[in-house]
Design a protein around this ligand. Sequence first.
Ligand SMILES: [Fe+2]
Length: 202
Amino acid sequence: MTTIKSLFATRLYHAQLGKIDTAELEASCIAIAEDDEAGQNWCEEHGYPGYTSYASLTDLPWRFPIFKDLVGVIDQHVAAFAKDVQFDLGDKQLVLEDIWINILPEGGIHTGHIHPHSVISGTTYVAMPQETSAIKFEDPRLPFMMAAPARVKDVREELRQFVYVVPEVGDILLWESWLRHEVPMNMAEDERISVSFNYAWS
Ligand SMILES: [Fe+2]
């Protein structure tokens, strides 16, 4: 008897937020970005395309009710994902560490990165114009594969070295924070708006 199984799974959670008015969330993200001069300056100084609130606003859920509601919903998705990956949390919890807005203009790009100091990270999608970028996930074992041949063209998803996901507005994606990902160039004329977050175990 021959058996072949997959080991060392990388789980990716994809669901719909539900309960959140994404039009209101979009309007809030744009209004916050327009008001946040410190954030705009930070983006300019650091050559960051578009806008992120990451460096300037650390209290979105306390300042804006819609973000408070959003965090309540994300908490539930994170709890479901933690169950799926079978974390034994002991007497600690998964706690929101950061949540921030990303506005990526035409031509903008977020190069590959992981989210250090966190356990679960994710993004929820607020404005996804047609033809805008997918999110691209990378096999964490990629550096070990230097002598391996490429895989066949229609390789099944679990064996790919890169996986592209195109979420819709109102979707939420969650992954373990060590999983490297990037947002390739936004080729759409309109802005791609998302809200990202990190959960820590504490
Ligand atoms: Fe990220």
